[in-house]
Design a protein. Structure first.
Length: 281
C-alpha cells in the first residue's frame, strides 16, 4: 500500500524543473527584437562594420577560383580532390601543393579573411554592448587586429580550420570504408562547429579579463554551448528565408541582413554568458 502523495514536494520539483527549463531556453524572437532595437538609428554604423569582411571575402573567393582553375588546367586528375576540399584554407593549400608549390600569398589572404571575419564578430559584440560607445565603424570591425587579440584569433582560427579539414584529408584516401567514416564525420563536425562557434567572442572576453589563452577559449565555447547547440542551429536556420530573398534580389539586401544576423548572434552569446557566468570566473 502506497503512502500519501506529498503534493508540496511535487510542486517544488515542478517549480525547480520549470526554472531549469527557462534557464536553458533563449528566446529567439526576443533576441531578434533586441538586435533591431540596438540597430535602430545605428544602421549606417553597423553596415560599415560589416563592409570590410564582404570586400575581403570577395577577394578570397576570387583567389580561390584562380587557384582552382590553375589546378584544373595543369592537372585535370586532381579536379575531384579539389572539389571535395572542405575549407578555404584546405582548398588553397591543396591547389597550391598540386600546382607545384605552396603559394604563401594565397595562404596569407585566407588567414586574413578568417581573422577578419572573427574580428568583425568581435566588432559587432562591442556594438551590441556599446563599448566603447563612440568608435569609427571601420576601426570597430578591425578591433580583432589589436595586439592583445590578433595572436589568439590566429591560433583559434587555425585550430578550428584543421579540425574542419579532417574529412577532406581522409577523402584523399581512396577507400570505401574511409568514405563511410567521412560521411559520418561530416555530421559530427557540424555539431563540433556549432560547439566552437563562440570561440572568438569568448577569446575577446578572456583577453579583456587577462584570463586564459586561445585553447581555453575553444574549451569554454564548447562548455558554453552545452545544452544550447540545437537552439543555435535553429536560430541560424531562421535566417534561411532572408538568405533566399537576398539571393533572388541579387544580394542587395545583404548589407542590411549581415548586421541584423550578426547582432542576433552576438546577442545569443551574451545570453549564454549570463546563464553560465562560472565559466568566466
Amino acid at each position: 500500500m502506497t503512502g500519501p502523495v506529498n503534493f508540496g514536494r511535487v510542486g517544488q520539483w515542478k517549480k525547480r524543473r520549470s526554472i531549469l527549463l527557462q534557464s536553458m531556453h533563449i528566446d529567439r524572437g526576443q533576441l531578434k527584437n533586441q538586435a533591431k532595437e540596438k540597430l535602430h538609428k545605428h544602421w549606417g554604423e553597423a553596415i560599415l562594420v560589416g563592409f570590410l569582411p564582404i570586400a575581403i571575402m570577395f577577394i578570397v573567393v576570387i583567389v580561390t577560383i584562380i587557384g582552382a582553375m590553375a589546378v584544373v588546367n595543369t592537372q585535370p586528375d586532381n579536379i575531384k580532390a579539389l572539389q571535395s576540399s572542405g575549407t578555404l584554407m584546405t582548398q588553397t593549400l591543396f591547389s597550391s601543393s598540386v600546382g607545384g608549390g605552396t603559394n604563401l600569398t594565397d595562404l596569407i589572404v585566407i588567414l586574413l579573411a578568417g581573422v577578419m571575419g572573427a574580428s568583425t564578430s568581435i566588432g559587432f559584440l562591442t556594438l551590441w554592448r556599446r563599448e566603447p560607445r563612440q568608435l569609427n565603424p571601420l576601426l570597430r570591425s578591425l578591433i580583432g587586429f589589436r595586439p592583445e587579440y590578433i595572436g589568439g584569433l590566429l591560433v583559434a582560427y587555425i585550430v578550428i580550420q584543421l579540425i574542419d579539414s579532417i574529412p577532406t584529408l581522409l577523402g584523399l584516401i581512396n577507400n570505401p570504408a574511409i568514405n563511410v567514416i567521412n560521411f559520418v564525420l561530416l555530421f559530427v563536425l557540424l555539431v563540433v562547429d556549432i560547439g566552437l562557434s563562440q570561440t572568438f567572442l569568448v577569446w575577446k572576453d578572456l583577453r579583456d579579463a587577462n584570463k586564459g589563452g586561445a585553447l581555453t577559449a575553444i574549451r569554454i565555447s564548447w562548455q558554453l554551448m552545452a545544452g544550447f547547440k540545437w537552439q543555435y542551429f535553429v536560430m541560424k536556420l531562421s535566417f534561411l528565408g532572408w538568405w533566399i530573398l537576398t539571393f533572388l534580389l541579387l544580394f542587395i539586401p545583404y548589407f542590411w541582413l549581415y548586421p541584423y544576423q550578426s547582432m542576433t548572434y552576438v546577442g545569443f552569446y551574451d545570453a549564454l554568458k549570463s546563464r553560465k557566468p562560472e565559466l568566466f570566473a
